[in-house]
Design a protein around this ligand. Structure first.
Ligand SMILES: [Fe+2]
Length: 298
């Protein structure tokens, strides 16, 4: 591996150095086509939460308590019961058990501060307030130190079942529950330590794909059935049935050497997925990869 090699991500060549020295967005930017663009009240709210959460992240203040508006609560109450019904049928056991223990309800948007305290008691992970999606290496730097960055804004009300960026429905109903599981927490922190330690952009990209096809969009085997494991699938009423049942999706066994070479497009439904046989399997595979890469974090 060398720094001059061209890396391909999302189908295009990328600046390899950006993988190890990520940019820092200091202002809110909604991408073209975002459903909230043009809605002044929504943009104002998002800017306010951006500034507040960024301050709390940079000054290590922990998640702020957010008084959510009736509109935000309405969106939560519309989306979370639909997801709940799908979770009961299709989510993996690690997720279901943790969601019950966290007592996340269909009625009220949870406060990250309280979730963070609960997770910390269980696995010594904590939640870091994030103003939006952080670059991969920045994101995993926090995780390597047992902090999971979580957004506190909610998607636009015109499309409650769609968000072009990770929002707190994605984070609270996808990422946070499995943080209650010790094996999951150790898997995550190892990815974090490895991704934030290696100086090699190609290795960062490989680890990013490893986490994409496990933590974000992984499937897992359970008692002979394929269950949903990844947060990106768990937080979308469209992705859950698509991932499990669509004929347009290829589902292959999780083979690390194939996973780290597999590019993807985060802006659309995922049609290449991998099925891991178990959580300990993922841990062993990750340890093998980190050793092979020579990253000194084990
Ligand atoms: Fe995510």
């Amino acid at each position: 591996m060398n720094e001059a090699s061209t890396l391909i991500e999302y189908g295009s060549p990328i600046d390899a150095q950006a993988m190890v020295t990520p940019p820092d967005a200091t202002e809110l930017e909604l991408e073209p086509g975002h459903p909230g663009l043009g809605d002044e009240a929504y943009v104002r709210r998002r800017k306010g939460l951006f500034a507040l959460c960024r301050k709390h992240r940079l000054e290590r203040l922990g998640p702020p308590i957010i008084p959510y508006t009736p509109e935000e609560t309405r969106i939560w109450r519309e989306v979370s019961p639909k997801l709940d019904e799908l979770h009961v049928k299709y989510a993996c056991q690690i997720y279901l058990k943790a969601k019950r223990e966290l007592a996340i309800t269909r009625q009220e948007i949870p406060q990250l501060r309280l979730l963070s305290e609960r997770v910390q008691r269980e696995t010594n992970m904590h939640l870091v307030p994030a103003e939006g999606a952080l670059p991969y290496r920045t994101f995993y730097e926090y995780i390597g130190k047992r902090g999971f960055p979580v957004t506190q804004f909610i998607r636009h009300g015109s499309h409650p079942e769609f968000t072009p960026e990770p929002d707190m429905i994605h984070d609270c109903l996808g990422h946070v529950p499995p943080l209650m599981n010790r094996d999951y927490a150790e898997l995550l922190t190892l990815i974090g330590k490895a991704a934030s330690t290696t100086p090699d952009p190609e290795q960062v990209l490989a680890l990013k794909r490893f986490s994409w096809f496990s933590i974000e969009f992984g499937l897992i085997e359970e008692e002979g059935k394929t269950k949903v494991f990844g947060a990106g699938i768990l937080s979308s009423t469209g992705e859950i049935p698509y991932a499990l049942f669509s004929n347009d999706v290829t589902r292959r066994p999780f083979v690390t050497d194939e996973v780290i070479k597999q590019d993807y497009d985060p802006s659309r439904m995922q049609d290449h997925l991998f099925i891991a046989p178990s959580l300990p399997f993922l841990r062993r595979e990750l340890e093998g990869l980190v050793r092979r890469f020579g990253i000194p974090v084990l």
